[in-house]
Structure formats: structure tokens, C-alpha cells
Design a protein around this ligand. Structure first.
Ligand SMILES: NC(=O)c1ccc[n+]([C@@H]2O[C@H](COP(=O)([O-])OP(=O)(O)OC[C@H]3O[C@@H](n4cnc5c(N)ncnc54)[C@H](OP(=O)(O)O)[C@@H]3O)[C@@H](O)[C@H]2O)c1
Length: 331
């Protein structure tokens, strides 16, 4: 018996290319003591993968050349030699870009799939949702009545931020690209305002929708959008630096925020964070989002690409604004 895996064979220049990866067929191994075998069904495709593929200094070491590409995944245990895990259990973990995983149970989470599809643990009920929740509350310190601006608002993290923000009593303005995503942000996510950043400079629209300025900006994109918001901060505003997808494929230096001096006059803060630091607080998050899911208050779109071999194409979709919802690969 054999399975397929995708290894990183070259560091990308600009957008990740198919040639940066190799699809390999390898013989199956049996799980040793303390290990399980998992048939992987879905992979989470994350913008940060571009960072993991490079040699940039980050919160995790780069994926090594020749190694299986790092990826969060879900699957079903097919054989177990580990206490607490049984054949048939549905689990999530950093299982890698492959269709079979054999290894230790460190970091594996058993999933309750009785109320939500298993794939939701790769977004709303997983790291995506945690990013939105802890970024908004721990870093953004969102208060009812705040004006909250969210970029990549139709995306996986952004769409959850918008919904959590509204639930918390904030006035939410979403920024997204194109009429379809903007309609989704306004009509489905029920944001108070929406700005299409592709339609022109966002400054004038932002000034109109937030005439008194912005209390919290949840930044997923960086670049020019960050600069436009920096110029419109309220006193004591908080900028949550979640991601900077507009800069991940830059071949030169990343575009820095020219308007950063406005942080001084506004007595504002700009703070980065990484969701892995919050994993131990999963239960707190699960109670909060679980209540909203049970009440039918969370919309979580998925965008599924079929086949492990299409992993590189699925990854590119994120940087080319082609995904509409959480990007997954069904393996
Ligand atoms: N700090 C953390 O721990 C953490 C954890 C998870 C994710 N993140 C970050 O959160 C952000 C969103 O991730 P996600 O998984 O939810 O992806 P996503 O928002 O579902 O997909 C990425 C979206 O980014 C937008 N985009 C792409 N290129 C852009 C550009 N040049 N300028 C402006 N927008 C652009 C596109 O939306 P449009 O069609 O609207 O352009 C695209 O659909 C990323 O920056 C990611 O790195 C951070």
C-alpha cells in the first residue's frame, strides 16, 4: 500500500509555483507504539504558508527542502497504537500535505462532529476562528460602540471578525475586493458598511463611513490599506496586526506603513500576534463561538479545491483573491 505526499523542493520567488513542490508516492508505514495512522481528508490552505516556504525569520522554522509541506489537516484514524485514540476517531492536527499520516499523537485534537461538519475545525472552530476571536478581544480590546474596520472581510479570518464584532456591539466596516465579496460582507455578514478596495482609493469612503475615525482596525492585508486606516485613527485606537497578505509575495522589501506617525498623535497602538500562543485557551474560544454557532449566528463559507496535486494552485488562489471563503484542499 502507498500514499501521496507533497514535498517542498524549491524556495519560491514571488508567487509559489507548481515547480516549488514535488508530488511523491511513498510506501505506507505501520504505526509504532504510541502512534496512529490517519487517513487525511482535508487540508487547510493558509496565507502564512508562503512565509513558511521562505527562509524568513518567523514564529516557526522554515519548511526544509525535501520535507513534507507543513499543513493543518483533518482526517480519520485508521489504526491506533496510542492510548486515548481509536480507529474511527476524527482528528485535526499539523498532519502535513499528504493523504496519510503516521506518527505521534502530540498536538492531535479529537473532534466532535455530531453538530458541525469536520471541516469547520479547519476554520470557524479552529485556528481561523481563534485568530479572529483572540485578535479582536485580546489585542483589539474591542468595546461595544467601537468603530471596527476589517480588511479581507470576506475571507476566512475576516468574515469571523466581522461577525464577532457585530455580536459585540461594534459598528463594523468591512473592506473586500469586488462586488460579489462586498455584497456578501454587507448582506450576509451584515456589516454596517463595506468598501471595495479594488474600486479606487479607500480613503474617501473610509472618511465617509467613519467620520469620527476608527477605534479598532483588524489588519489582514497591510500595504496601502493599512496606510489609509492609519490616517484615520481615533484617540487610543488599536491596530491588530494579524497578517499582511498584500506583501507576502513581494520580491523586494515589503511596503511599510508610511503613515505610522499618526500613531503618536492618536496615542494609538499597533500590535502583532500569532494564534499559536492562544492554543491553550481553546476551550474559552470554543464556548464563545460554539454558542454563536448553535444560535445560527455564524456564516462560514468554504472554497474547496479537489486533489493533493492541486495544492499549489489552491495556495495561489489566496494571493490572487480567487478564494471566496476558507480555502481547503480535499485530498
Ligand atoms: N496572526 C495569526 O496568527 C494569523 C492566523 C491566521 C491567519 N492570519 C492572517 O490572516 C489573513 C487572512 O487569512 P485567511 O486564511 O483568512 O485568508 P483569506 O482572507 O480567506 O484569503 C486571503 C484574502 O486576502 C485578500 N487579498 C489577497 N491579496 C491581497 C492584496 N494584495 N491586497 C488586499 N487583499 C488581498 C483576498 O481577498 P479580496 O478578494 O477581498 O482581495 C483573499 O481572498 C492573512 O494575512 C493571514 O496571514 C494570521
Amino acid at each position: 500500500m502507498s500514499h501521496q505526499r507533497l514535498t517542498l523542493v524549491r524556495r519560491p520567488t514571488g508567487l509559489p509555483a507548481n515547480e516549488d513542490f514535488a508530488l511523491e508516492t511513498v510506501a505506507d508505514a505501520a504505526p509504532s507504539d504510541g502512534e496512529v495512522a490517519i487517513e487525511i481528508t482535508h487540508l487547510s490552505i493558509d496565507p502564512a504558508m508562503r512565509v513558511w516556504m521562505s527562509e524568513a525569520r518567523s514564529y516557526w522554522p522554515p519548511v526544509g527542502l525535501g520535507e513534507v509541506m507543513r499543513a493543518q489537516a483533518i482526517g480519520t484514524i485508521t489504526a491506533s497504537n496510542a492510548d486515548g485514540f481509536r480507529k474511527g476517531d476524527v482528528v485535526s492536527g499539523m498532519l502535513g500535505a499528504q493523504n496519510r499520516f503516521v506518527g505521534s499523537t502530540n498536538g492531535l485534537q479529537k473532534l466532535d462532529v455530531s453538530r458541525v461538519p469536520a471541516t469547520w475545525y479547519l476554520h470557524a472552530l479552529g485556528a481561523t476562528g481563534m485568530t479572529a476571536y483572540f485578535g479582536l478581544h485580546d489585542i483589539g480590546k474591542l468595546k461595544a460602540g467601537d468603530t471596527l474596520v476589517v480588511s479581507a472581510a470576506a475571507g476566512a479570518v475576516g468574515s469571523i471578525v466581522c461577525q464577532l464584532g457585530r455580536e459585540h456591539g461594534a459598528r463594523v466596516i468591512g473592506i473586500a475586493g469586488g462586488p460579489d465579496k462586498c455584497a456578501f460582507v454587507k448582506n450576509d455578514l451584515k456589516c454596517d458598511g463595506v468598501i471595495d478596495y479594488r474600486a479606487g482609493p479607500i480613503g474617501p469612503a473610509l472618511s465617509e463611513l467613519a467620520p469620527k475615525g476608527v477605534d479598532v482596525y483588524f489588519d489582514n492585508v497591510g500595504g496601502e490599506v493599512l496606510d489609509a486606516v492609519l490616517a484615520r485613527l481615533k484617540r487610543h485606537a488599536r491596530i491588530v496586526l494579524c497578517g499582511g497578505i498584500s506583501q507576502y509575495n513581494a520580491t523586494g522589501r515589503a511596503l511599510g506603513p508610511a503613515n505610522y506617525l499618526s500613531l503618536i498623535a492618536a496615542r494609538a497602538s499597533m500590535q502583532g500576534f500569532v494564534v499559536i500562543d492562544y492554543f491553550e485557551r481553546y476551550k474559552e474560544f470554543a464556548v464563545a463561538i460554539g454558542g454563536m454557532i448553535a444560535a445560527g449566528k455564524i456564516i462560514a463559507r468554504e472554497d474547496i479545491v479537489d486533489g493533493l496535486g492541486n495544492f499549489p494552485a489552491a495556495l495561489r488562489r489566496l494571493y490572487q483573491s480567487q478564494n471566496f471563503g476558507k480555502q481547503l484542499v480535499k485530498v
